[in-house]
Design a protein around this ligand. Structure first.
Ligand code: ADP
Ligand code: MG
Length: 670
């Protein structure tokens, strides 16, 4: 067996279980090894009931002092019991776990682990874990990994499967030479991988994360280095025509708004690049709502006028459709032909688009990853644009360029990376920064509140809806199977529909819906046929509905500040006053201070910097920002210091490390 063996070659994993793993995109042993826990639990000594404080995760060693009862309440089956020690008693509650009545018996003793709540002056624990004292004593010695699961697959089963392949993990060949490991004080790869799953303590976990983040950054920077050597000074074979530049000026002048100075400058940079003797490789970095789209559209227009095709790649279908409509609306009237290519376009339509691209009958192609498929061939591709670049890897970006003969490259990103880091991560690109918001923009009004404010928020949303506006509500989870600790889109939508009783049109959107369903919901939202859209963070990137004026974020404490800022960027895009309500469900001092940053600032760069400051460089397993650059472990905010070390390493040992990079283990490369 090796890491390429299919998952069911692991002892104890049968055909049926393998299917469950497939649902989590785990196909082979290597995938499993890299399926890192989403969290770790450490188990402390049990304490007595009188010492247990509210809001804290606690272990209590208790005797069940009542009969175990179940009853149906609303959409839940509730199982309850009372348990006590010499100092007091607590009520214990489970949802939808009726079988427990046959498991737990009056008079038995267990260690119950959960967060203490207070209800009607009684201490209550909801959905605790429970263990025999023997089992618990064994668990106290290690940190317990917590995996994202799918129904039918238990945390224990995943742990067991990983243990089965532990000798394989330890045997993995380390791609970093020993001298490099020593110089940067890095753990061995196999050790790091194993410790990601079963760390003895936090120190070891930190070192493991450090090692894996170092690898991800190093591999990334090696790619960037290769791109830079390959692309620099490529001859420009797609020169802009002077007529195109002149016409683009007329085009921007015809827009219903004036470009900001920063937008103007970015377009000038692009014109310079595309008229220079060398191919353009430019990054447009600008906060959400700074107006990057129009800059890209102008570039695509000039490129088309000069006789070349262009392509715009975006990370989601929803965004692709939106861009397609916008661009067709802006440029269609000048005779520019656009086409939309996404995963859900029918096979026939696809063939038609491929044909037209090859014949040069389409000027601008807009789409998702579908645009880098093999069958997509252009007649004369002059410009490739990627929007929300942080959602793509270097390789995807490169694949797009390979569709043409040295096309110009334009990349747009809203990730507010401090300049020092941007220079490292985008070393192969020139950078234009759009550091100015359109003047008409009103500042989004913010408030950070607790869950008791919900009712007010719903009334406020109703008021906004009545005056013709729309709202987003973000929940971290899709449905109740994911976790009962945080709001989920499905149940929330049900409850909200009931709350409004038909006066407000509420619908939901999440990442596991089919593309067609997503597009249909979004289309209705854009057409104002939906008033309130309850959604996961799938709407985070790029969605532009200027009529939406309220963004309400449930469990805001679970998101990174930079991500919350992106979410907030979905409102305040038009000229109407807009509002963002952050619901902080877990009022710890930390979460309050963190969220206050958002209340006080609308500036993405400032927020990212604050986020970094507050965590401090030691905070390795803090809340992850969005999946920037497709890193699995590394986080440009949390691991800025490691990024700098990786850069140093690539400068010193780049030649040596690049050898065989493309043949390297899937385990160690991105
Ligand atoms: P982002 O930079 O987040 O991609 P968009 O390009 O989607 O932002 O722009 C957000 C909104 O602002 C769009 O509706 C766009 O039409 C509008 N917009 C862009 N530039 C300006 C401007 N200079 N003045 C006013 N509105 C603008
Ligand atoms: Mg955008």
């Amino acid at each position: 067996m090796d890491y390429k063996s299919s998952i069911d070659s692991i002892k104890g994993v049968g055909e049926k279980t393998a299917k469950l793993y497939h649902k989590l995109h785990i196909e082979n042993v290597g995938d499993l090894i890299r399926y890192y826990p989403r969290d770790y639990l450490s188990y402390d000594d049990p304490i007595s009931v009188d010492k247990a404080s509210v809001g804290v995760r606690t272990a209590l060693y208790l005797e069940i002092s009542s009969y175990v009862t179940t009853e149906k309440r609303g959409r839940y089956i509730i199982t309850t019991l009372t348990a006590a020690d010499r100092t007091g008693s607590v009520n214990i509650v489970w949802f939808n776990s009726p079988y427990l009545r046959n498991v737990l018996k009056k008079g038995e003793r267990y260690v119950f682990v959960g967060t203490i709540k207070k209800k009607n002056d009684r201490k209550v624990i909801e959905m605790p874990e429970y263990y025999t004292i023997d089992k618990y004593n064994r668990m106290m010695t290690v940190m317990q990994p917590v995996y994202s699961l799918t129904s039918g697959l238990t945390n224990n089963a995943v742990q067991k499967a990983i243990r089965e392949v532990s000798s394989l993990i330890y045997g993995i060949k380390d791609p970093l030479p020993e001298k490099v490991r020593e110089e940067y004080r890095l753990m061995k790869l196999g050790e790091a991988l194993y410790n990601m799953h079963f760390p003895q303590n936090e120190e070891v976990l930190k070192d493991s994360v450090r090692r894996l983040a170092f690898d991800e950054f190093t591999n990334f920077l090696l790619e960037v280095r290769r791109l830079r050597t390959e692309n620099q000074r490529l001859k420009n074979t797609h020169l802009l025509s002077e007529a195109a530049v002149l016409k683009s000026e007329a085009f921007t002048a015809s827009l219903p708004f004036n470009l900001t100075n920063a937008q103007d400058q970015a377009i000038k940079d692009i014109i310079n690049d595309m008229s220079s003797p060398y191919v353009m490789n430019r990054l447009i970095q600008g906060d959400v709502g700074s107006g990057k789209t129009i800059v890209a559209v102008t570039a695509l227009y000039m490129n088309a006028l000069s006789g070349y095709q262009g392509v715009l790649m975006v990370p989601t279908e929803v965004l692709a459709i939106q861009h397609y409509k916008d661009i067709d609306g802006l440029l269609g009237k000048f005779g520019v032909k656009t086409a939309l290519l996404t995963g859900s376009v029918t096979a026939r339509e696809k063939r038609e688009i491929y044909e037209k691209l090859k014949n040069g009958e389409v000027d601008i192609l807009i789409g998702t990853h579908a645009v880098i498929q093999e069958k997509v061939k252009f007649e004369s591709l002059g410009l490739v644009v990627t929007d929300e670049q942080h959602r793509f890897g270097v390789r995807q970006r490169e694949k797009l360029s390979e569709k043409g003969e040295d096309p110009h490259v334009l990349i747009m990103s809203a990730t507010p990376i401090p300049r020092t880091l941007a220079i490292i991560l985008y070393a192969d690109l020139d950078i234009s920064v759009i550091d100015e918001l359109p003047a008409a923009r009103k500042r989004v009004k913010n408030c950070v509140v607790d869950t008791s404010y919900r009712d007010n928020a719903y009334k406020f949303i109703l008021k906004e809806v009545k005056s013709g506006h729309q709202a987003y509500i973000i929940c971290p989870m899709i449905d109740s199977s994911e976790s009962l600790d945080a709001e989920n889109v499905i149940d929330y939508t049900d409850e909200l529909k009931r709350y409004y009783g038909g006066t407000v049109r509420v619908e939901y959107l999440h990442g596991k819906m089919k593309d067609e369903e997503k597009s249909a919901i979004l289309e209705r939202f854009m057409n104002k046929e939906i008033d309130v859209l309850v959604s996961t963070t799938v709407i985070e990137v790029g969605i532009n509905n200027q009529n939406a004026t309220v963004m309400m974020i449930e469990n805001a404490e679970r998101f990174g500040l930079a991500q919350l800022h992106q979410l907030r960027g979905r409102v305040g895009r038009g000229s109407d006053e807009s509002f963002c309500i952050f619901i902080n469900a877990k009022e710890t001092e930390d979460s309050v201070t963190r969220l206050r940053v958002l209340e006080n600032s609308n500036d993405g760069f400032y927020i990212a910097n604050e986020d970094m400051k507050q965590r401090g460089p030691g905070d390795f397993f803090g809340i992850r920002q969005s999946g920037d650059m497709l890193f699995k472990v590394a986080d440009i905010y949390n691991h800025a210091d490691i990024l700098k070390k990786a850069q140093d390493c690539v400068l010193k040992y780049g030649d040596e490390l690049s050898v065989g990079l493309d043949k390297r283990d899937i385990i160690t490369t991105l």
